[in-house]
Design a protein around this ligand. Structure first.
Ligand code: ANZ
Ligand code: ZN
Ligand code: ZN
Length: 825
């Protein structure tokens, strides 16, 4: 490498990237003597526009961890693949009159080229693609296993339909009533027969076990809220001699029930309606919009009387049953016991339709006037108007009332979850065909495992709707049971199915006999370090956890959780906005590599902020990183390889200790500050032990792998530094004394900078000279040149008792141990 002038980054990058690839440097082998480490990024969608530095940010975080762990002696699996099925590819292909497969393969090729350019240390020998029949065959296989074990089923239900996607969506994919892909499209509710996966069977485990994961707290909370466990009771109300089990979290308010409300979308509603009220109800149902969880409180409450009465389980009174728009059809029993005195929604409804309001809880302090209730009292308190339960406090009353009901089999304690079963069928082409056949005689017949994969036909006509529906060759088949003519299912799977278990397939993706080998899974799972965006908290991360648990119970693996540690990266911004293609503020790796070198970009991206925080891309910052790399190269070219001074030894070992800690904790920015500090110390010295020089390269190499290989090579090493072992700090070389002195020195520099800033702001003046007064025996700690260089001003240092010092304002008087006096002019 030529000194300082210009580093030929392109050449160095190409050279080492091809050497890593040729030697298969990052391909792990199962080795039971070695501890494993599995690093993974969330399965990326290969978009046609390729990747920009915002994506790169995420990959670099994981790559640094992978490189670090590898050097620490772990057997590292760091794979990559492409979540290549899905709607965007299909839509783009339709628009460009191409085929999703051609389109997708091209996009993947481009992705791979760009990822290699970033110097990511993937194991390129196990690349996955969802649209590869060798992969999706196993989607179908698992679907069948689920089906056989009651975890996949078909039912008619109210489902979310996105008119822009032209397909149904899972609950998780509806955000505030809008489609997750189309944030401006209101989702419509349709009654359709669809395929579901029984995720709710695992609701309890999903919510309880989330606690033990090493995940960001906010993600855990989002997931817990999404699964949403409520403790309560179901209470039987008799309507027309049929029992309705109604869920309530407040059994203590049972005596305050004055009416029931059934969801307007409830499939059993019309059976309850009396003849004379049918017309009115039908009009009502037509008029109102569907109800969603998010807007229950905001909604204008509306309803119609059904003409029917229920019997209250304890008072035996007749209470009217209404239909209402503020009750969800698919939560609890889809019917509520309304307690207007203690639930604001019910209160508003009762007021509007003039229904009775009965107070049954008095707050512990203050008293509500029963005759003149202004709003619902939703708190707890003492029971009134509740027969035998009067005077009990809410909490005990809940227990007592449930017991009394249980005794008469009129109710029981229960748990309710907000989580709904996962709707997995999609009315789109570019996905895994659901391996089901419909026979007029035999009904739903699973495709026999030996006939898998059910391949997606290549030749299809795109136009209106799902092209599989009009593809005779695909649809028409024979029934595996009776051999008569039958039809294939034309729905494909939600692509979240693909991303629910891809991390297992990486481990054994050439296996044609089974989805993966159990022994191999035992060695590699769980994923130790998983990076990705927070937007997946309640989608992918729930499905993947469900999958792992379901496969465990079906005997495929033994672990409970797929991802032990989750890391959410921050977003990369440019010009104040998140870097994105649609905004047109992207910077691409090609541009960066040519101008600054990829190592410079890696260093820069990781140095601005902690990787979990947002970062702003700017060209001044990256110039700073470039200068740092130039200085390193220059230093290596000029330093004499002799003995390290005690100070250098201290500094090197302390840096090893700290950088190890910071990289482990994903505080790469702090690791870089340490490396900068180290270089500063080294630059002050003219010689260094070769071994210390080597340690410096090793510490740098996870962040700047290409330059590090080159420096390593220049020191005369043949093997690559990427495969060297991580340096160990020699604690005997670390001096607390020196460390403390350094801290004091840095603190003094910080103080001086603050004073200079103050003078700049308050007096609008730029000081030129700095005078420092130390207690006499600390004088030797302050290096005039070093401080002067860091501050960029002339510096003079005196012992406070020096008779000849320059000190016009008597600042030397303020000198204390570890805190020098400062004067500037
Ligand atoms: C009587 C009652 C009295 C209620 C009271 C609340 C306060 P979470 O916490 O969300 O689980 N509920 C039950 N099923 C419903 C449905 N399908 N759609 C809308 N609301 C429904 O809420 C449970 C409470 O929400 C239940 O407790 C029920 O109202 C209502 F002073 O029952 B409660
Ligand atoms: Zn949509
Ligand atoms: Zn048949």
């Amino acid at each position: 490498m030529k000194v300082s002038k210009k580093i030929n980054f392109r050449r160095i990058e190409k050279k080492w990237q091809s050497r890593w690839e040729k030697t298969k440097a990052f391909q792990p082998k199962i080795d039971s003597r070695k501890k494993k480490y599995y690093t993974l990024e969330m399965y990326p969608y290969p978009s046609a526009s390729g990747l920009h530095m915002g994506h790169a940010f995420n990959y670099i975080i994981a790559d640094i961890q992978a490189r670090f762990k590898r050097m620490q002696g772990f057997n590292v699996l760091y794979p990559i693949g492409y979540d290549s099925f899905g709607l965007p590819a299909e839509n783009a292909a339709i628009k460009e009159k191409s085929h999703p497969k051609i389109f997708t393969d091209k996009a993947i090729k481009n992705f791979i080229r760009q990822q290699k350019m970033l110097g990511l240390s993937y194991n390129w020998s196990c690349v996955l693609k969802s649209h590869d029949p060798k992969y999706y065959k196993w989607n179908q296989y698992f679907f069948l296993q689920f089906y056989k074990n009651g975890l996949a089923y078909r039912k008619k239900a109210n489902v979310n339909w996105c008119p822009t996607c032209n397909t149904v969506l899972a609950n998780e994919q509806v955000h505030n009533g809008k489609c997750w892909r189309h944030i401006n499209t209101e989702v419509e509710i349709k009654q359709l027969e669809q395929w579901f996966i029984n995720t709710t069977k695992y609701a309890d485990e999903l919510i309880t076990k989330v606690e033990d994961l090493n995940w960001p707290e906010r993600i855990k909370l989002m997931q817990k809220n999404w699964i949403g466990r409520s403790e309560g009771a179901e209470i039987n109300f008799k309507i027309n001699n049929k029992e309705w089990k109604i869920f309530t979290t407040r059994p203590d308010t049972l005596f305050g029930v004055t009416f029931l409300v059934i969801s307007a979308q409830h499939p059993g509603l019309m059976d309850l309606v009396t003849k004379d009220r049918k017309k009115e109800l039908e009009n009502f149902i037509k008029r109102i919009k569907s109800t969603k969880q998010e807007n229950l409180d905001k909604l204008d409450k509306e309803g119609v009387f059904t003409g029917t009465y229920a019997i209250h389980p304890t008072t035996n009174q007749k209470i009217p049953v209404w239909a209402g728009n503020f009750v969800l059809a698919d939560y609890g029993s889809g019917m509520i016991m309304a307690v207007p005195a203690h639930d604001q929604r019910d209160f508003e409804f009762a007021k509007k339709y003039n229904l009775p309001i009965k107070l049954v809880i008095q707050p512990k302090e203050g008293k509500i006037d029963e005759e003149n209730i202004q709003e619902a009292y939703e708190g707890t308190g003492k029971l009134v108007n509740s027969e035998a339960f009067n005077d009990l406090l809410s909490e005990e009353a809940k227990e007592h009332i449930i017991k009394a009901l249980e005794f008469k089999t009129l109710g029981r304690k229960t748990l309710q979850y907000k989580l709904r079963d996962w709707l997995v069928s999609r009315q789109r082409y570019w996905g895994t065909p659901i391996p089901i056949i419909y026979c007029e005689k035999c009904g739903i017949v699973p495709v026999p495992e030996k006939d898998l994969p059910v391949k997606l036909p290549d030749k299809v006509k795109f136009g209106e709707g799902n092209p599989l529906e009009t593809n005779k060759k695909f649809i028409n088949t024979t029934c595996p049971q009776c051999n008569k003519k039958a039809r294939r299912e034309t729905d494909t799977m939600d692509t979240f199915f693909d991303s629910s278990w891809y991390y297992l397939r990486y481990i054994d993706n050439k296996n044609e006999k089974e989805p993966f080998n159990k022994k191999k899974i035992e060695y590699w799972m769980p994923v130790n370090f998983y990076t990705g965006g927070a937007e997946h908290a309640c989608m992918h991360l729930i499905y993947a956890r469900f999958f792992t648990k379901a496969l465990r119970d079906l005997g495929f693996l033994k672990i409970d959780e797929p991802f032990t540690r989750l890391f959410n990266q921050g977003m990369l911004h440019k010009d104040g906005f998140v870097m994105s293609k649609s905004r047109g503020n992207v910077v691409v790796p090609e541009e960066v590599s040519g101008k600054y070198g990829i190592d410079t970009a890696r260093l820069f991206l990781m140095s601005i902020a902690s990787p979990d925080k947002d970062t702003e891309w700017n060209s001044t910052g990256i110039e700073g990183s470039l200068r740092f790399i130039m200085r390193i190269v220059k230093y290596f070219n000029t330093v004499k390889k002799e003995r390290s001074t005690q100070k250098v030894q201290h500094k090197i070992n302390k840096t090893i200790q700290k950088v190890t800690e910071e990289i482990e904790n994903i505080k790469y920015n702090l690791a870089i500050i340490r490396l900068r500090g180290l270089l500063e110390t080294l630059e002050d010295e003219t010689e260094i032990d070769k071994k210390d020089l080597e340690s410096f390269i090793k510490l740098l190499s996870p962040i700047c792998p290409h330059i590090s290989e080159e420096l390593w090579h220049n020191l005369g090493h043949k093997p690559m530094v990427s495969l060297e072992s991580w340096p160990k700090a020699d604690e005997s070389k670390i001096s607390n004394e020196l460390e403390k002195q350094e801290e004091i020195l840095e603190k003094t520099i910080e103080d001086i900078k603050n004073i200079l800033n103050l003078v700049r702001q308050k007096q609008n003046k730029e000081a030129q000279k700095i005078y420092i007064y130390t207690i006499p025996n600390e004088l030797k700690l302050y290096n005039t040149n070093y401080i002067s260089k860091k501050i960029g001003k002339e510096v003079r240092i005196f012992a406070a008792n020096d008779k000849n010092k320059y000190d016009p304002e008597n600042k030397a008087q303020k000198t204390k141990p570890n805190k020098p006096g400062i004067y500037i002019e």
